[in-house]
Design a protein around this ligand. Structure first.
Ligand code: NAG
Ligand code: NAG
Ligand code: NAG
Length: 536
């Protein structure tokens, strides 16, 4: 049955190509959100339905299901089955596997084919031009030609380097970039704002390849993480409204939101998931709602899908976000130390106004005097010097208050742990999104457990998120040892670690030689795509 269905799809695709040799069929634009299956071991179908309804409500078309192979997470098949069933129940919402190649490897062809045979003909499978989508995190060296005779997938792997569009012959149909934050590659941290350097290279290389391969562009609102195996921030202060206009301008075929529920890297836009497993990230994610970012995301998703150059605003709202303390505050109960990159942050309060016509915004931060500015119609983001204490926001027009109130978290000049996550809230009559603090049921753990819980995260096979970003494609055995030492030794007098790759671009340590893709120079190719190594 499954094989026959697949064969029918292959014929269908062939027919389209033959009938329209000069006109490529293209699916409508769609927005998917990266969902960490590795933290929802015990999700029920009802849990999945709840998540999907929340996502669908803002125009998200489906989830990219980040998962490890069954030999790593035994519950992967069960939770994929739950997700496909839930999506069918929700309707108008689809899913596709996003294989996390920190865990999968090139020897997994048989399991990948089995996975596709299990799920890819289900009605809730996301498709592009009729073909079932599959994607990856890293894993760009996997050859889809080995899969396509059995299941004619539309493969959109994560390419770690746009040069790979030309150098790889792995039968991919599109490229997904993970460069959603300001970086020169290799997790190097640089000052914002985000630009489209990486996207432009992907788009140009894909177009020049002339094979009709598509681009799936990443969009993320934030990045901060505080495990012992990875402890840094990317400079993502006004990223959400810096990034989305880039999407409206580039008009990629697909968008992937990074992420829906990765609490470990603080770029979730879901509500809290009380039933998810805690890899230690509850320390910085509990009590830090991000729902307000969905209001902004919703406006931009609609604009992206309609091809508009700016979002349309139907009601007056404001979304605010800020960190808990100034960046130079010394935290008293944290043995891990401050995250790398925080020196490039600014101590600011951020407010996005979504207004139907010009209005005024007044922000009172701590003991500072109120600051009032004029804001134009549409969606714009403004920042204000962070004061200590309560934060008050008032949106008005012609002297009449439209929306406002006191922010849900006070800033402080003391701290226990180095939490650089953002508290996000909103005010406005148009908001149907709850932004109350949504602490999960798991209790906030004391700071003394930060190190032990993150140690657990880096060694646990079930914590897919803990080795994200830092991990080039490696076998599970070398992953474990790399995580255990939390650094890659690469020659006498020379060590590359995620944390040593900080601004200015210095993924090449003194005395090291870049051995990435031939013919490419730093800083553009200071990344992990070409398996970096260096010699003293
Ligand atoms: C596919 O389905 C079979 C039969 O139900 C199951 O044993 C297997 O674990 C599934 N594999 C994956 C990768 O989903
Ligand atoms: C999931 O449920 C099993 C069985 O009750 C339990 O052993 C396990 O700890 C649970 N996992 C999480 C992450 O809650
Ligand atoms: C704060 O706002 C100013 C004025 O709009 C802008 O130039 C600056 O880039 C903003 N800061 C950040 C960190 O985005």
């Amino acid at each position: 049955m499954l094989l026959r269905a697949t064969f029918a799809f292959a014929l269908h695709a062939l027919h389209l190509v033959t009938a329209n040799p000069l006109k490529r069929q293209s699916s409508p634009k769609a927005v998917y959100a990266h969902f960490m299956v590795g933290i929802v071991e015990n999700f029920s179908v009802a849990d999945w339905v709840g998540e999907m309804q929340t996502a669908k409500a803002i125009g998200i078309d489906g989830f990219a299901l980040n998962c490890a192979p069954p030999r790593v997470d035994s519950y992967t098949p069960k939770q994929l089955a739950n997700a496909y069933a839930a999506a069918t129940q929700v309707g108008g919402f689809t899913v596709f596997p996003s294989l996390d190649f920190a865990y999968w490897n090139n020897g997994d062809t048989g399991t990948i084919i089995q996975l596709l045979q299990n799920y890819s003909s289900l009605p809730s499978q996301a498709r592009y031009n009729g073909r079932p989508i599959i994607s990856t995190f890293v894993g760009e060296y996997f050859d889809w030609a080995a899969v396509k005779p059995t299941v004619n997938v539309f493969a959109i792997p994560n390419l770690e380097d746009p040069a790979q569009v030309n150098s790889l012959s792995t039968s991919f149909d599109g490229a997904f970039s993970w460069y959603a934050w300001p970086t020169d590659g290799g997790n190097s941290i640089k000052v914002g704002p985000m630009d489209t350097t990486w996207d432009d290279k992907f788009v140009t290389n894909l177009r020049n390849a002339g094979k009709g391969q598509i681009y799936m562009m990443p969009v993320s609102p934030w990045f901060s993480t505080h495990f012992n195996s990875k402890n840094w921030v990317f400079i993502a202060e006004q990223l959400i409204t810096d990034r989305w206009p880039q999407v409206l301008s580039i008009k990629p075929e697909l968008v992937e939101l990074v992420t829906w529920n990765d609490f470990g890297e603080s770029h979730y836009i879901s509500d809290s998931e009380p039933t998810h497993s805690d890899d230690g990230s509850s320390v910085w994610a509990n009590g830090y709602p991000h729902a307000g970012w969905r209001i902004i995301t919703q406006a931009y998703i609609a604009a992206y899908k309609s091809g508009a150059s700016a979002p349309v605003v139907n009601s007056d709202q404001l979304v605010y976000w800020y960190r808990a303390f100034p960046k130079n505050t010394v935290c008293t109960g944290d043995t891990l130390g401050p995250p790398n990159g925080i020196n490039l942050l600014q101590d600011l309060i951020f407010v996005t106004t979504l207004v139907t016509s010009p209005a005024t915004l007044t922000v009172t931060s701590g003991s500072f005097a109120p600051v009032t500015i004029n804001v134009p119609a549409g969606v714009t983001t403004h920042n204000f010097t962070m004061g200590i204490g309560s934060q008050t926001f008032v949106l008005s027009r012609n002297g009449v208050q439209l929306a406002g109130g006191v922010g849900g978290m006070r800033t402080s000049n003391t701290c226990t742990i180095y939490n650089f996550n953002a508290y996000v809230g909103s005010f406005g009559t148009g908001s149907t999104i709850s932004t109350s603090a949504t602490a999960s049921s798991s209790t906030r753990v004391s700071s003394s457990t930060v190190v032990s819980s993150s140690t657990r995260a880096s060694s646990s096979v079930s914590s897919a998120s803990s080795s994200r970003i830092t991990s080039p494609p490696v076998s599970s055995s070398s992953r474990t040892s790399a995580s255990a030492s939390s650094s890659q030794t690469c020659g006498t007098g020379c060590t590359i670690t995620a944390s040593s790759q900080i601004f200015p671009t210095n993924c090449l340590q003194p005395g090291c030689v870049w051995q990435g893709p031939a013919g490419q120079g730093t800083p553009d190719h200071c990344d992990t795509g070409g398996k970096p190594s260096c010699t003293a």
